[in-house]
Design a protein around this ligand. Structure first.
Ligand code: NAI
Ligand code: MG
Length: 488
């Protein structure tokens, strides 16, 4: 796959179907994490631009507007059209993504196709969202109507910029809401490239607005806005707490949060060791470890621990790290300097607290944020690397003896996003799956599909992305009771 020449065509805010400068005329720099060089200067939204974008989204949502009076099935056609345009431009958008966040090019392109399929899943929902008729007490004909919640603010991180944005656009559009999205300050380019397709697909102005900017400025203003009825956020647990505060301080807007994780990936003695090494490697290192549901605590039963460790080390050592555009590359750079420094700090903590550094642990080169695939063994549950999200290419391997023990240890975390298990024993798999406190459990596999809800227990979040459950998060329920002359 060759991306050809990558061009930054869109560098302004997308409001009311137009690309516009920021009110302040301010811009910010976007960096290529492979080279640390500037790729583009992008218009920077602040409160004034948030006010403009929210006003546009509010006008698009008004009773009688083109969007509100559109047949639900027509909404579905527009969403499908956007999906088709994303497919058409997948290589171009994927190339931009690779350049901007260091993702392996082929993965970046695959993510664009994947995001288009998420849109298609939600396109089909538009004319299938409905309430109930209810046998209420008394002489009433009672029914519920499902109505879109209104203007929604969506705050997206940099690790899967388009995937996570589309996970939020899909249900918002299917239900008939209008959107103001703030992409992460590190990765605004592809969100703007997709915004250009929104106009081409024929969405009415104001239905989708995209305003790049910084979290504590544009993000905060969006979350505090009294005309925003819901905020959907993906990012750190720390900022997740802030989002709830903003909701409490403003209009009690609905909040859905998809936050961090420290997901256990548990391998039993009866597993095929080679397959387990592969799957646990993917779970730990996918997207350079910058994945909320990364299997970042690899628990291995004692009978296969030594063999598993040896093979995992071989696998990590063989991994090709470098230019994300080279076809042989398996791991690109980390997103930015703060993230890189956090990972190096965590590696030092691991060593200091007595874990055994088996391989890796260093920066690669002196340009770009490349980190060696790293493995720690003899990790214990109390170590920082077993408790805190590292968000980098670091696998922590822990030894266990029994199912009961590993369930308890897997649950000994304030996170609860996902969990994985590899075993051939159906009883072990089912007992674990039902006992682990996690929003997703993967048995002999890793990863989610558009049809299945995804989100966290405990401090991994509130609400769900994907599946039918996400639709419900964008709806209000209205009860209508009609007095009848008699019981009939
Ligand atoms: P972050 O939570 O600060 O940023 C995520 C998004 O939230 C960005 O769009 C950012 O602009 C926005 N944001 C930041 N502060 C905000 C505020 N006060 N109000 C409104 N929006 C705000 O995450 P960051 O700093 O990029 O990464 C720090 C750590 O967070 C990572 O090392 C990782 O552990 C975790 N993280 C988890 C993600 C996930 O997929 N759940 C994604 C990104 C980061
Ligand atoms: Mg932050």
């Amino acid at each position: 796959m060759d991306p050809g020449i990558i061009e930054v065509k869109y560098n302004k805010l997308f409001i009311n179907n137009e690309f516009v400068d920021a009110v302040s005329n301010k811009t910010f720099k976007v960096i290529n994490p492979s080279t640390e060089k500037i790729i583009a200067e992008i218009a920077e939204a602040d409160k004034a631009d948030v006010d403009k974008a929210v006003a546009a989204a509010k006008a698009a949502f008004l009773r009688g507007s083109e969007w509100r009076s559109m047949d639900a099935s027509q909404r579905g056609k527009l969403i499908n059209k956007l999906a088709d345009l994303m497919d058409r431009n997948a290589k171009e958008i994927g190339g931009l993504e690779s350049l901007n966040c260091g993702k392996i090019y082929s993965n970046a392109v695959r993510e664009i196709y994947g995001a288009a399929n998420v849109l298609r899943y939600y396109a089909g929902y538009c004319d299938k969202i409905h309430g109930n008729t209810i046998p209420a007490d008394g002489n009433y004909f009672s029914l519920t109507r499902k109505e879109p919640i209104g203007v929604v603010g969506q705050i997206v991180p940099w690790n899967f910029p388009i995937t996570l944005m589309i996970w939020k656009w899909g249900p918002a559009l299917a239900t008939g809401c209008t959107i103001v999205t703030k992409p992460a300050e590190q990765t605004p380019l592809t969100a703007l490239a997709v915004a250009a397709l929104v106009k081409e697909a024929g969405f009415p102005p104001g239905v989708i607005n995209v305003i790049p900017g910084f979290g504590p400025i544009a993000g905060e203003a969006l979350c505090l806005h009294n005309d925003v009825r819901k905020v959907a956020f993906t990012g750190s647990t720390k900022v997740g707490h802030r989002i709830m505060e903003y909701a409490a301080k403003s209009n009690l807007k609905k909040v859905s949060l998809e936050l961090g994780g420290k997901s256990p990936f548990v391998i039993f003695n009866d597993a095929d060791v080679n397959e387990a090494v592969e799957l646990a490697h993917i779970a730990a290192y996918v997207n350079h470890g910058q994945t909320c549901c990364a299997g970042s605590r690899t628990f291995v039963q004692s009978g296969i621990y030594e063999e598993f460790l040896r093979k995992s080390i071989e696998k990590a050592k063989a991994k090709k790290v470098g230019d994300p555009f080279k076809p042989e590359t398996e791991q690109g750079p980390q997103i930015d300097k703060p993230s890189f420094e956090k990972i190096m700090f965590m590696i030092e903590e691991g060593k200091r607290q007595g874990a055994t550094l088996e391989t890796g642990g260093n920066r690669i080169g002196n340009e770009g944020y490349f980190v060696e695939p790293t493995i720690f063994s003899s990790v214990t549950d109390d170590m920082t690397i077993a408790r805190e999200e590292i968000f980098g290419p670091v696998q922590s391997i822990l030894k266990f003896e029994t199912l009961e023990e590993v369930i308890e240890r897997a649950n000994d975390t304030y996170y609860g996003l996902a969990a994985g298990i590899i075993t051939k024993d159906i009883n072990t798999a089912l007992v674990f799956a039902q006992s682990v406190e996690a929003g997703s459990v993967w048995v002999n596999c890793f990863g989610s599909a558009p049809q299945t809800p995804f989100g966290g227990y405990k401090q991994s979040g509130i609400g769900r992305d994907l599946g039918e459950e996400s639709i419900q998060d964008y709806l209000e329920t209205k009860t209508i009771s009609i007095k009848l002359p008699m019981k009939c």
